[in-house]
Design a protein around this ligand. Structure first.
Ligand code: SF4
Length: 69
């Protein structure tokens, strides 16, 4: 699965093009985030707001994770 399959228009959060593939979000919230073969993280479409998601958002060094409006 690639970013083009999932981002940015599916799910409650998305990862934008600022992602530098550091893996922090995956380490913090592996239930939601994963790294794809294109060098970007992506969020599972079923994600709901959780403390782990918020922690991953705060931990992202390039502010690449956002909730959809
Ligand atoms: S923490 Fe941010 S930069 Fe790092 S992999 Fe996740 S979305 Fe990408």
């Amino acid at each position: 699965m690639t970013n083009s399959d999932q981002n940015p228009n599916s799910g409650d959060v998305y990862v934008n093009e600022n992602c530098i593939w550091c893996g922090a979000c995956v380490a913090i919230c592996w239930e939601v985030f994963d790294l794809d073969d294109d060098g970007l993280a992506f969020a599972s479409p079923w994600v709901q707001e959780t403390d782990n998601v918020n922690d991953a958002i705060w931990a992202c060094p390039v502010d690449a994770i956002h909730y959809k409006d």
